[in-house]
Design a protein around this ligand. Structure first.
Ligand code: SAM
Length: 360
Protein backbone atom coordinates (compact mmCIF):
# COMPACT_ATOMS: atom_id res chain seq x y z
CA UNK A 1 0.00 0.00 0.00
CA UNK A 2 2.79 2.44 0.88
CA UNK A 3 4.30 2.06 -2.60
CA UNK A 4 1.19 3.18 -4.38
CA UNK A 5 1.83 5.13 -7.57
CA UNK A 6 1.14 8.85 -7.73
CA UNK A 7 -1.84 8.48 -10.14
CA UNK A 8 -3.83 6.47 -7.56
CA UNK A 9 -6.48 8.28 -5.53
CA UNK A 10 -5.08 9.33 -2.19
CA UNK A 11 -7.28 8.28 0.70
CA UNK A 12 -7.18 9.50 4.29
CA UNK A 13 -6.29 5.94 5.27
CA UNK A 14 -3.18 6.20 3.11
CA UNK A 15 -2.26 9.54 4.70
CA UNK A 16 -2.63 7.87 8.11
CA UNK A 17 -0.37 5.11 6.95
CA UNK A 18 2.27 7.62 5.84
CA UNK A 19 2.15 9.39 9.21
CA UNK A 20 2.56 6.08 11.05
CA UNK A 21 5.52 5.23 8.84
CA UNK A 22 7.08 8.67 9.42
CA UNK A 23 6.65 8.33 13.20
CA UNK A 24 8.23 4.90 13.10
CA UNK A 25 11.08 5.46 10.64
CA UNK A 26 11.57 9.26 10.94
CA UNK A 27 11.68 9.31 7.17
CA UNK A 28 9.68 8.89 3.97
CA UNK A 29 10.51 8.74 0.28
CA UNK A 30 10.43 12.02 -1.65
CA UNK A 31 7.15 11.01 -3.25
CA UNK A 32 5.60 10.18 0.11
CA UNK A 33 6.72 13.50 1.59
CA UNK A 34 5.15 15.32 -1.37
CA UNK A 35 1.87 13.45 -0.85
CA UNK A 36 1.83 14.22 2.86
CA UNK A 37 2.70 17.90 2.46
CA UNK A 38 0.21 18.41 -0.39
CA UNK A 39 -2.48 16.33 1.30
CA UNK A 40 -5.99 16.69 -0.12
CA UNK A 41 -7.27 16.57 3.49
CA UNK A 42 -5.30 19.36 5.18
CA UNK A 43 -7.44 19.59 8.30
CA UNK A 44 -7.60 15.87 9.09
CA UNK A 45 -3.96 15.40 8.15
CA UNK A 46 -2.87 18.20 10.49
CA UNK A 47 -4.92 16.69 13.31
CA UNK A 48 -3.39 13.24 12.94
CA UNK A 49 0.09 14.70 12.49
CA UNK A 50 -0.23 16.88 15.59
CA UNK A 51 -1.23 13.88 17.74
CA UNK A 52 1.77 11.88 16.48
CA UNK A 53 4.13 14.87 16.89
CA UNK A 54 2.90 15.61 20.41
CA UNK A 55 3.48 12.01 21.42
CA UNK A 56 7.08 12.13 20.18
CA UNK A 57 7.83 15.52 21.78
CA UNK A 58 6.50 14.25 25.12
CA UNK A 59 8.73 11.15 24.88
CA UNK A 60 11.78 13.40 24.46
CA UNK A 61 10.94 16.57 26.34
CA UNK A 62 7.81 15.84 28.38
CA UNK A 63 5.50 18.84 28.53
CA UNK A 64 8.42 21.26 28.81
CA UNK A 65 8.58 24.42 26.77
CA UNK A 66 11.86 26.32 26.78
CA UNK A 67 12.03 30.10 26.76
CA UNK A 68 14.66 32.17 24.97
CA UNK A 69 14.96 35.88 25.67
CA UNK A 70 15.20 37.54 22.27
CA UNK A 71 17.21 40.75 22.02
CA UNK A 72 16.90 42.36 18.59
CA UNK A 73 19.95 44.55 19.03
CA UNK A 74 20.34 46.12 15.59
CA UNK A 75 18.19 46.53 12.50
CA UNK A 76 21.01 47.84 10.32
CA UNK A 77 21.74 45.30 7.59
CA UNK A 78 24.08 45.30 4.63
CA UNK A 79 22.08 42.61 2.83
CA UNK A 80 19.14 42.95 0.49
CA UNK A 81 17.08 39.79 0.92
CA UNK A 82 13.93 40.44 -1.13
CA UNK A 83 11.55 39.29 1.62
CA UNK A 84 12.95 41.14 4.62
CA UNK A 85 11.71 44.45 6.03
CA UNK A 86 15.13 45.45 7.41
CA UNK A 87 16.93 44.92 4.06
CA UNK A 88 19.50 47.62 3.22
CA UNK A 89 17.36 48.89 0.33
CA UNK A 90 14.40 49.76 2.54
CA UNK A 91 15.03 53.44 3.08
CA UNK A 92 11.76 53.77 5.00
CA UNK A 93 13.04 51.58 7.85
CA UNK A 94 13.95 53.61 10.91
CA UNK A 95 17.35 52.26 11.87
CA UNK A 96 18.56 51.67 15.44
CA UNK A 97 21.24 49.78 17.24
CA UNK A 98 21.46 49.10 20.95
CA UNK A 99 24.65 49.90 22.84
CA UNK A 100 26.49 47.28 24.84
CA UNK A 101 25.08 48.82 28.02
CA UNK A 102 21.52 48.66 26.69
CA UNK A 103 21.99 45.02 25.68
CA UNK A 104 23.35 44.18 29.12
CA UNK A 105 20.36 45.90 30.72
CA UNK A 106 18.06 43.63 28.62
CA UNK A 107 19.97 40.57 29.84
CA UNK A 108 19.74 41.75 33.44
CA UNK A 109 16.00 42.25 33.13
CA UNK A 110 15.67 38.86 31.41
CA UNK A 111 17.69 37.10 34.10
CA UNK A 112 15.37 38.53 36.77
CA UNK A 113 12.41 37.18 34.79
CA UNK A 114 13.94 33.69 34.75
CA UNK A 115 15.53 33.55 31.30
CA UNK A 116 18.64 31.40 31.04
CA UNK A 117 19.18 31.80 27.30
CA UNK A 118 19.75 35.10 25.55
CA UNK A 119 19.40 35.27 21.79
CA UNK A 120 21.20 38.22 20.24
CA UNK A 121 19.67 38.73 16.83
CA UNK A 122 20.26 41.43 14.27
CA UNK A 123 20.85 42.40 10.70
CA UNK A 124 24.38 42.12 9.34
CA UNK A 125 25.47 45.42 10.81
CA UNK A 126 29.01 46.53 9.88
CA UNK A 127 29.23 48.60 13.10
CA UNK A 128 29.17 45.35 15.04
CA UNK A 129 32.63 44.20 13.99
CA UNK A 130 33.92 40.81 15.10
CA UNK A 131 35.85 42.59 17.82
CA UNK A 132 32.74 44.31 19.16
CA UNK A 133 30.71 41.10 18.99
CA UNK A 134 33.43 39.23 20.91
CA UNK A 135 33.59 41.97 23.52
CA UNK A 136 29.81 41.88 23.91
CA UNK A 137 29.67 38.08 24.18
CA UNK A 138 32.56 37.97 26.67
CA UNK A 139 30.89 40.59 28.86
CA UNK A 140 27.57 38.69 28.90
CA UNK A 141 29.40 35.41 29.52
CA UNK A 142 31.14 36.89 32.54
CA UNK A 143 28.02 38.54 33.96
CA UNK A 144 25.73 35.52 33.40
CA UNK A 145 27.89 32.38 33.64
CA UNK A 146 24.87 30.07 33.98
CA UNK A 147 23.17 31.30 30.81
CA UNK A 148 23.41 30.12 27.21
CA UNK A 149 24.35 32.77 24.67
CA UNK A 150 22.86 32.38 21.20
CA UNK A 151 23.95 34.52 18.28
CA UNK A 152 21.88 35.14 15.15
CA UNK A 153 23.83 37.72 13.20
CA UNK A 154 24.15 36.14 9.78
CA UNK A 155 26.95 34.97 7.53
CA UNK A 156 30.49 35.42 8.87
CA UNK A 157 33.92 33.89 8.27
CA UNK A 158 34.90 30.66 9.99
CA UNK A 159 37.49 32.68 11.94
CA UNK A 160 34.80 35.03 13.20
CA UNK A 161 32.59 32.13 14.31
CA UNK A 162 35.58 30.60 16.10
CA UNK A 163 36.31 33.89 17.86
CA UNK A 164 32.69 34.30 19.02
CA UNK A 165 32.79 30.74 20.36
CA UNK A 166 36.04 31.44 22.15
CA UNK A 167 34.44 34.55 23.69
CA UNK A 168 31.64 32.43 25.14
CA UNK A 169 28.86 31.93 22.55
CA UNK A 170 27.15 28.53 22.75
CA UNK A 171 24.58 28.50 19.98
CA UNK A 172 24.00 30.03 16.55
CA UNK A 173 20.78 30.46 14.58
CA UNK A 174 21.14 30.79 10.82
CA UNK A 175 18.15 29.71 8.78
CA UNK A 176 19.24 28.27 5.45
CA UNK A 177 16.03 29.87 4.04
CA UNK A 178 15.71 27.31 1.21
CA UNK A 179 17.95 24.40 0.26
CA UNK A 180 17.15 24.71 -3.44
CA UNK A 181 19.68 26.72 -5.46
CA UNK A 182 17.13 28.10 -7.96
CA UNK A 183 14.68 29.07 -5.23
CA UNK A 184 17.48 30.67 -3.21
CA UNK A 185 18.27 32.84 -6.25
CA UNK A 186 14.66 34.05 -6.38
CA UNK A 187 14.71 35.19 -2.74
CA UNK A 188 18.14 36.84 -2.66
CA UNK A 189 20.28 39.15 -4.78
CA UNK A 190 23.23 37.72 -6.73
CA UNK A 191 25.69 38.83 -4.07
CA UNK A 192 24.30 36.12 -1.76
CA UNK A 193 24.63 32.38 -2.29
CA UNK A 194 23.22 29.18 -0.89
CA UNK A 195 26.74 27.74 -1.01
CA UNK A 196 27.99 30.34 1.47
CA UNK A 197 24.96 29.87 3.72
CA UNK A 198 25.68 26.13 3.80
CA UNK A 199 29.38 26.77 4.39
CA UNK A 200 28.49 28.88 7.42
CA UNK A 201 26.27 26.14 8.88
CA UNK A 202 28.97 23.53 8.32
CA UNK A 203 31.61 25.71 9.98
CA UNK A 204 29.33 26.39 12.95
CA UNK A 205 28.71 22.67 13.44
CA UNK A 206 32.40 21.81 13.17
CA UNK A 207 33.25 24.51 15.71
CA UNK A 208 30.97 22.85 18.25
CA UNK A 209 28.05 25.27 18.34
CA UNK A 210 24.51 24.06 18.92
CA UNK A 211 23.21 25.06 15.51
CA UNK A 212 19.81 26.15 14.27
CA UNK A 213 18.80 26.14 10.60
CA UNK A 214 15.35 26.64 9.10
CA UNK A 215 13.19 28.27 6.45
CA UNK A 216 10.07 30.27 5.80
CA UNK A 217 6.93 28.36 4.87
CA UNK A 218 5.13 29.70 1.80
CA UNK A 219 7.90 32.04 0.70
CA UNK A 220 7.39 33.34 -2.85
CA UNK A 221 8.08 30.73 -5.58
CA UNK A 222 8.37 27.91 -3.02
CA UNK A 223 7.17 24.52 -4.30
CA UNK A 224 6.34 21.35 -2.38
CA UNK A 225 9.51 19.85 -3.85
CA UNK A 226 11.50 22.73 -2.35
CA UNK A 227 10.10 21.77 1.07
CA UNK A 228 11.20 18.16 0.55
CA UNK A 229 14.63 19.50 -0.41
CA UNK A 230 14.65 21.45 2.89
CA UNK A 231 13.90 18.25 4.83
CA UNK A 232 16.71 16.43 2.99
CA UNK A 233 19.16 19.23 3.75
CA UNK A 234 18.18 19.21 7.43
CA UNK A 235 18.61 15.42 7.55
CA UNK A 236 22.15 15.91 6.29
CA UNK A 237 22.95 18.76 8.66
CA UNK A 238 21.23 17.29 11.75
CA UNK A 239 20.79 20.71 13.39
CA UNK A 240 19.95 21.07 17.09
CA UNK A 241 17.31 23.73 16.45
CA UNK A 242 15.01 24.21 13.46
CA UNK A 243 13.25 27.54 13.09
CA UNK A 244 10.34 27.70 10.66
CA UNK A 245 7.51 30.16 10.33
CA UNK A 246 5.23 31.48 7.62
CA UNK A 247 6.53 34.06 5.15
CA UNK A 248 4.65 37.33 5.74
CA UNK A 249 4.92 40.17 3.23
CA UNK A 250 6.37 43.56 4.15
CA UNK A 251 4.96 46.60 2.39
CA UNK A 252 8.37 48.16 1.63
CA UNK A 253 10.08 45.16 0.02
CA UNK A 254 10.05 43.76 -3.53
CA UNK A 255 7.70 41.04 -2.22
CA UNK A 256 5.07 43.52 -1.00
CA UNK A 257 2.36 42.00 -3.19
CA UNK A 258 3.17 38.35 -2.52
CA UNK A 259 0.77 36.06 -0.65
CA UNK A 260 1.59 35.15 2.94
CA UNK A 261 2.39 31.58 3.97
CA UNK A 262 -0.56 29.67 5.43
CA UNK A 263 -1.15 28.62 9.01
CA UNK A 264 -2.19 25.15 7.87
CA UNK A 265 0.99 24.39 5.90
CA UNK A 266 3.19 25.92 8.63
CA UNK A 267 1.63 23.65 11.27
CA UNK A 268 1.88 20.62 9.00
CA UNK A 269 5.58 21.27 8.39
CA UNK A 270 6.19 21.76 12.12
CA UNK A 271 4.66 18.34 12.89
CA UNK A 272 6.56 16.67 10.05
CA UNK A 273 9.82 18.14 11.36
CA UNK A 274 9.05 16.94 14.90
CA UNK A 275 8.57 13.42 13.54
CA UNK A 276 11.79 13.58 11.47
CA UNK A 277 13.81 15.16 14.29
CA UNK A 278 12.38 14.00 17.64
CA UNK A 279 15.30 15.53 19.57
CA UNK A 280 15.13 18.99 18.00
CA UNK A 281 14.32 22.30 19.63
CA UNK A 282 11.52 23.73 17.49
CA UNK A 283 10.25 27.23 18.21
CA UNK A 284 6.64 28.19 17.88
CA UNK A 285 7.45 31.50 16.23
CA UNK A 286 6.24 35.09 16.42
CA UNK A 287 5.39 34.88 12.69
CA UNK A 288 2.98 32.03 13.51
CA UNK A 289 1.40 34.23 16.19
CA UNK A 290 1.17 37.05 13.66
CA UNK A 291 -0.86 35.16 11.04
CA UNK A 292 -3.29 33.74 13.64
CA UNK A 293 -4.16 34.96 17.15
CA UNK A 294 -3.67 31.46 18.59
CA UNK A 295 -0.88 30.54 16.15
CA UNK A 296 1.78 29.96 18.82
CA UNK A 297 -0.50 27.71 20.90
CA UNK A 298 -1.27 25.69 17.76
CA UNK A 299 2.46 25.59 16.99
CA UNK A 300 3.17 24.04 20.40
CA UNK A 301 0.41 21.49 19.90
CA UNK A 302 1.85 20.66 16.49
CA UNK A 303 5.26 19.76 17.97
CA UNK A 304 6.96 23.03 18.92
CA UNK A 305 8.81 23.18 22.26
CA UNK A 306 10.41 26.63 22.36
CA UNK A 307 9.03 30.16 22.65
CA UNK A 308 11.04 33.34 22.28
CA UNK A 309 9.60 36.29 24.20
CA UNK A 310 11.00 39.65 23.26
CA UNK A 311 13.45 41.30 25.67
CA UNK A 312 14.30 44.30 23.47
CA UNK A 313 13.44 47.74 24.87
CA UNK A 314 9.87 48.69 23.93
CA UNK A 315 11.12 51.90 22.28
CA UNK A 316 12.84 50.01 19.44
CA UNK A 317 10.60 46.96 18.98
CA UNK A 318 8.39 48.38 16.28
CA UNK A 319 11.48 49.11 14.19
CA UNK A 320 12.57 45.46 14.00
CA UNK A 321 9.84 45.01 11.43
CA UNK A 322 10.79 42.00 9.32
CA UNK A 323 7.20 41.77 8.03
CA UNK A 324 3.94 43.71 8.37
CA UNK A 325 1.84 43.60 11.54
CA UNK A 326 4.46 41.82 13.68
CA UNK A 327 2.99 41.16 17.13
CA UNK A 328 4.43 41.88 20.60
CA UNK A 329 5.88 45.26 19.69
CA UNK A 330 4.17 47.24 22.44
CA UNK A 331 4.62 45.16 25.56
CA UNK A 332 7.20 45.30 28.33
CA UNK A 333 9.43 42.22 28.65
CA UNK A 334 7.65 41.08 31.80
CA UNK A 335 4.25 41.37 30.09
CA UNK A 336 5.58 39.46 27.10
CA UNK A 337 6.86 36.66 29.33
CA UNK A 338 3.68 36.32 31.37
CA UNK A 339 1.47 36.47 28.25
CA UNK A 340 3.47 33.61 26.74
CA UNK A 341 3.41 31.70 30.01
CA UNK A 342 -0.39 31.80 29.97
CA UNK A 343 -0.51 30.74 26.32
CA UNK A 344 1.84 27.81 26.95
CA UNK A 345 -0.26 26.71 29.93
CA UNK A 346 -3.49 27.04 27.96
CA UNK A 347 -1.98 24.81 25.26
CA UNK A 348 -1.26 22.13 27.92
CA UNK A 349 2.49 22.60 28.46
CA UNK A 350 4.79 24.05 31.11
CA UNK A 351 7.40 26.76 30.71
CA UNK A 352 10.73 25.92 32.29
CA UNK A 353 13.46 28.28 33.24
CA UNK A 354 16.65 26.31 32.53
CA UNK A 355 19.10 26.71 29.62
CA UNK A 356 17.18 24.10 27.65
CA UNK A 357 20.06 22.44 25.82
CA UNK A 358 19.31 19.95 23.08
CA UNK A 359 18.72 16.32 24.13
CA UNK A 360 20.31 14.27 21.38
N1 SAM B 1 20.60 38.54 9.83
C1 SAM B 1 20.42 37.27 10.47
C2 SAM B 1 20.29 36.17 9.44
O1 SAM B 1 20.36 36.45 8.25
O2 SAM B 1 20.14 35.03 9.83
C3 SAM B 1 19.29 37.23 11.46
C4 SAM B 1 18.15 38.18 11.26
S1 SAM B 1 17.02 37.68 9.98
C5 SAM B 1 15.99 39.11 9.88
C6 SAM B 1 16.03 36.46 10.83
C7 SAM B 1 15.04 35.66 10.01
O3 SAM B 1 13.87 36.42 9.75
C8 SAM B 1 15.47 35.21 8.65
O4 SAM B 1 16.25 34.07 8.73
C9 SAM B 1 14.14 35.00 7.91
O5 SAM B 1 13.82 33.62 7.76
C10 SAM B 1 13.13 35.72 8.80
N2 SAM B 1 12.35 36.69 7.99
C11 SAM B 1 12.82 37.76 7.34
N3 SAM B 1 11.83 38.36 6.64
C12 SAM B 1 10.71 37.63 6.85
C13 SAM B 1 9.37 37.72 6.37
N4 SAM B 1 9.01 38.67 5.51
N5 SAM B 1 8.47 36.80 6.80
C14 SAM B 1 8.84 35.84 7.67
N6 SAM B 1 10.10 35.69 8.14
C15 SAM B 1 11.03 36.58 7.72
Amino acid sequence: MINMTSDKKITIAYIEELIAKLAQEKNLTDEEFVTLIATPYPEETNKILAIAADKVRRQHYGDKVYVRGLIEFTNYCKNNCYYCGIRAGNCKAQRYRLTKEEILACCKEGYKLGFRTFVLQGGEDPYYTDERVCDLVATIREAFPDCAITLSIGEKSREAYAAYKQAGADRYLLRHETADELHYGKLHPESMSLANRKRCLKDLKELGYQVGAGFMVGSPYQTIKNLVCDIRFLQELQPDMIGIGPFIHHKDTPFNAEADGSLSLSLRMLSILRLCFPYALLPSTTALGTIAPNGRELGLKAGGNVVMPNLSPTSVRKHYQLYDNKICTGEESAQCKSCLELRVKAAGYTIVSDRGDVRK
